[in-house]
Design a protein around this ligand. Structure first.
Ligand code: GLU
Length: 296
């Protein structure tokens, strides 16, 4: 007798940062991921992305739970809070550093901005001036001495080396990702991580970065479908590169449209009038929010 085949359900997630109130853009992200999970009979996870320990606040975490429960969402427990897993990110970073793909950068923001202004070479997809290479070629002895003196430093990805390493690991195949649409159909997109130049993989203030933590956590939580806003579309290029370098599986991606304000700007967490909480307090119901995010 053959045993019945066991299929693992797809895993979706919503991964907010508790550094402000959730707004309509988050409602769209959360509902898109949740609805897709329901439709696919998949699992739905909530992950709290709170590595930015100075900007994230406990009251916003509570507010996230309250807003999402009110919207009718339920998620698996226990949930993952990134601030409790810095050791995991640090371990992955030191592995990347040991194989020569990260280098320390001691430069301050001002030094970087001044150097970039002297030799402008464009901007990364987030609009920041491309890193002008300042400390890329610093001699090992100097870097070591500065580290011994506990000078703060970030760890940056040596993009040239990282691309070469990835090309080897991919055996000549192109670096791509699959973007799925509402119907679940996938389109192959070419990833261009080089446009991030030497992205910061470990920040100066915390032993992780958004890019590193999100890549590792999507993998270790078995996320198969990443649903998030279009503002993170270009970040996926870097996440795919890190997945290849760290030997992590590749999820599918869906980047949904962004909800903008009357001036066409992305909603800000500080804009209280579009926060889920204030709309609830103004008398809107969860189905009003659903209708609103579908309409705008
Ligand atoms: N934590 C990120 C944010 O709140 C989203 C991360 C993601 O969905 O990949 O903007």
């Amino acid at each position: 007798m053959t045993s019945p085949s066991v299929t693992t359900p797809p895993v979706f997630r919503f991964a907010p940062s508790p550094n402000g109130e959730l707004h309509l853009g988050h409602a769209l992200s959360a509902l898109a991921a949740y609805d897709a999970a329901q439709k696919a009979r998949g699992r739905f996870l909530l992950r709290i992305e709170d590595i930015d320990v100075t900007r994230c606040r406990e009251e916003y975490v509570e507010q996230i739970f309250e807003d999402l429960r009110w919207l009718g969402l339920a998620w698996e427990m226990p949930l993952l809070r990134q601030s409790q897993h810095f050791d995991v990110y640090a371990k992955a970073a030191s592995w990347l550093e040991n194989i020569g793909l990260l280098y320390p950068c001691f430069a301050t923001r001002t030094e970087i901005a001044e150097a970039a202004a002297r030799q402008p070479s464009g901007f990364d997809p987030d609009g920041a001036p491309l890193y002008p290479g300042l400390h890329k070629k610093m001699a090992g002895a100097e870097a070591w001495a500065r580290r011994q003196r506990s000078e703060p430093f970030a760890l940056r990805l040596d993009m040239d080396r990282a691309l070469a390493a990835a090309a080897g690991l991919l055996n000549g195949a192109a670096l791509t990702f699959t973007e799925f649409d509402e119907a679940g159909e996938g389109t192959i997109v070419a990833a261009r991580p080089e446009r991030w130049v030497d992205a910061i993989i470990v920040r100066k203030d915390v032993p992780a970065s958004y890019h590193l933590a999100v890549t590792i956590d999507d993998a270790r939580q078995g996320v198969t479908h990443v649903t998030r806003g279009m503002d993170l579309f270009a970040a996926t290029d870097l996440h795919r590169l890190l997945q290849v370098l760290l030997g992590l599986p590749e999820p599918k991606y869906r980047h949904h449209r962004l909800i903008t304000d009357a001036e066409g700007r992305k909603l800000a967490k500080s804009a209280h009038d579009t926060s889920i909480r204030s709309l609830r307090e103004a008398g809107l119901s969860p189905s009003d929010i659903r209708a609103l995010v579908q309409r705008i």
